[in-house]
Write a protein that binds this ligand. Structure first.
Ligand code: NAD
Length: 419
């Protein structure tokens, strides 16, 4: 019996068992590696603008404390539950270990529909969530960051709430803050930039000329918009993007900087162009060189995997591809090059780590240094993954996860049962 359930958690478990088999991990060791160390469920009551009281359920899952504090984003969405948050925390653990960060994985979330609350109510939910988390988190215990539905402003409210309780400013309690409040240069762009950087590396491997290449991006939030912008800067035509309001398609290439300005002022891509509107259900299967899913998990199932027409699948989102889809991709003769999520979107946590380090030292870096070091870490992890996949003749996801799981396992085995 476990409280963790649901399709996203089952996906994390299935993936883990593939790795467990590959690494020959004995069955009695698996639960200890997979199941989270701790989980917290809270209620966030707020006074709504109309004077009524509403209660939102919130969660935080800390997967393991073996390598250092836990680290992970906080998601505000009407569909989050404890199983989804646990899966995301587990993936964070394999990700941090793969890229060599001194963290375990964590994740948090509030079950809230952002389209149904005001900005003032969002501030109350954010502050109340952090208030309830205070006994559970800390700069050397668990460090939060943004995820779907949260942003720099929410991180600033988290930091301020924690700091007021401590009686001093504790910038290192969260990452992804505004630069004016202890954030680092290059964090806002970090995840999308990392996705585009790795996609470009693979294009070089496959001898695809960026100036004749096309990209499609699902999701135009933090990750998707900066990935699209960077790919556009590299010379690719971004022929389609989508978000929760719809999709746009232009075979000549979208004006990504203009679209970003529109999304920043309107909150979505809606209203950018009536001529370029497109069926969002067809976005993932458009023919392109680089496909970037950067929204929800489980969007590429076995059926969609059969119909993908990209050459590179650069997973910006966490968990966009189901285990059934992985099996389809492994069998496809045309070999789509998958850059698995735990590597592809790891630029976000890498630069979050830089932000934490800078806050602890009160010594801040130039943006050029942040990005150079980010790419250095991503390149090293990419090479490790590729060498492992080629040596063991395994899928890229299996290789990336095997490296991460093996590191956590080795640390657990040398330390003992507690952490
Ligand atoms: P965000 O809230 O900034 O953006 C999410 C985007 O997805 C929005 O454009 C939204 O409209 C879109 N979207 C929602 N439902 C959709 C649908 N049905 N179809 C198409 N688009 C839809 O979130 P984000 O921070 O960009 O996170 C996106 C993904 O990347 C998540 O899986 C997240 O866990 C992952 N991720 C984020 C970071 C980070 O640094 N923010 C780091 C690593 C991974």
């Amino acid at each position: 019996m476990t409280v963790y359930s649901g399709p996203v958690f089952e996906m994390a478990r299935t993936q883990f068992n593939v790795i467990g088999d590959h690494l020959d991990i004995p069955l009695d060791e698996r639960d200890r590696l997979l199941l989270p160390k701790r989980a917290l469920t809270i209620s966030c009551p707020i006074h709504r603008d109309d004077g009524t009281v509403a209660v939102f359920e919130g969660y935080r899952v800390q997967h393991h404390l073996t390598l250092g504090p836990t680290k992970g984003g906080t998601r505000f969405s009407p569909t989050v539950d404890i199983g989804e948050i646990a899966a995301l925390a587990i993936w964070m653990s394999w990700k941090c270990a793969l890229v060599g960060l001194p963290y375990g994985g964590a994740k948090g979330g509030v079950n809230v529909d952002l389209s149904k609350i005001s900005k003032h109510e969002l501030e109350l939910v954010s502050r109340r969530y952090m208030q309830e988390m205070i006994p559970f988190v800390g700069p050397h215990i668990d460090v939060m960051a943004p995820d779907m539905g949260t942003n720099e402003q929410v991180m600033a409210w988290f930091m301020d709430t924690y700091s007021m309780y401590q009686g001093r400013t504790v910038t290192e309690i969260v990452t992804g803050k505004p630069v004016s409040s202890g954030g680092t240069l290059g964090r806002r762009e970090a995840t999308g930039r990392g996705v585009a950087h790795l996609a470009r590396r693979v294009m070089n491997e496959l001898r695809i000329d960026a100036n004749n290449a096309t990209a499609v991006v699902q999701g135009f939030g933090n990750v998707g918009s900066y990935a699209a912008l960077e790919l556009h800067r590299f010379g690719l035509k971004v022929i389609a993007v989508s978000d929760h309001t719809g999709a746009l398609h232009d075979p000549r290439g979208l004006d990504v900087p203009a679209l970003m300005r529109h999304a920043a002022s309107h909150g979505s891509i809606k209203g950018f162009s009536s001529e370029l509107q497109f069926d969002p259900a067809q976005v993932l299967t458009l023919k392109c060189d680089v496909l970037v899913p950067a929204a929800l998990e489980r969007v590429i199932d076995a059926k969609i995997a059969q119909h993908l027409r990209c050459r590179i699948l650069a997973e910006g989102a966490n968990g966009p591809t189901t285990p059934d889809a992985d099996l389809v991709l492994e069998k496809r003769k045309d070999e789509i090059f998958v850059i698995p999520d735990i590597l592809c979107n790891s630029g976000g946590v890498v630069v979050s780590y830089f932000e934490w380090v800078q806050d602890l030292q009160q010594l801040f870096w130039e943006e050029e240094e942040v990005t150079r070091r980010e790419y250095q870490i991503l390149d090293r992890a990419f090479e490790l993954m590729l060498a492992r996949a080629r040596a063991d003749r395994i899928a890229h996801r299996t290789a990336a996860m095997a490296i991460g799981v093996a590191k956590v396992r080795a640390a657990k085995n040398t330390r003992g049962l507690f952490p």
